[in-house]
Design a protein. Structure first.
Length: 205
């Protein structure tokens, strides 16, 4: 792929600084994240390394620039929740409305389904119409609101929750595959290709 084209791929530790740069203004300037101090690149690298043993982190990159990233994580710790995941996505301010979010999520959700997860959940600090629209375009459905659950920047904030089914809910579900075991398989290659195809389609329109 030409270095000037966007590439959708697995995140690597070397991407931590670019990921941290996207996330920092969201923490610092908005209530979208309930963190109050932007994590340094070293902390972001630690999170990435810890996460990818079990769950995917994806980036959309152009040359050395990270334009956006998406990842999954544990929904809750108790064992019966282990077929459900929480997903998050962040796009650089200058790269929004270019189809990057949809492409990242398309790959992420398809890959998670192939790993054996059956539910994906996304929490959105309200109001955030752009994020709501993205999730609902991808078949997430609202399931409830935590009212005034977080206090940041001098006020209380609601968090809405959206859910998407990733697949059937079998009577005896097999254990989800850890990402470290699944990432080299054909299913994840196909998931990344599906996300890349959306980027290419957007470019040609």
């Amino acid at each position: 792929m030409n270095a000037q084209e966007f590439e959708l791929r697995f995140a690597a530790p070397a991407d931590a600084a670019g990921i941290a740069a996207i996330y920092a203004p969201i923490v610092r300037d908005t209530p979208i994240s309930f963190e109050t101090e932007p994590p340094a690149p070293a902390e972001m690298e630690r999170r990435l390394r810890d996460g990818i043993a079990s769950f995917p982190w994806l980036v959309c990159a152009r040359g050395g620039e990270i334009a956006g990233y998406a990842y999954a994580g544990e929904h809750r710790k108790r064992a019966a929740y282990r077929w459900s995941v929480e997903v998050s996505i962040y796009i650089a301010a200058a790269r929004r409305r270019a189809g990057i979010g949809r492409a990242l999520y398309a790959a992420l959700l398809r890959g998670l389904a192939a790993q054996g997860y059956v539910n994906a959940y996304a929490g959105i600090t309200l109001p955030n119409p752009a994020s709501v629209a993205l999730h609902e375009t991808l078949d997430f459905r609202p399931v409830g609101i935590y009212r005034e659950v977080g206090y940041k920047d001098g006020r209380w904030h609601d968090v809405g929750w959206w859910q998407r089914a990733l697949g059937a809910r079998p009577a005896a579900p097999p254990e989800p595959l850890p990402f470290a075991s699944a990432r080299g398989g054909a299913a994840w290659s196909q998931a990344l290709a599906a996300g890349t195809a959306l980027l290419e389609a957007r470019k040609s329109n």
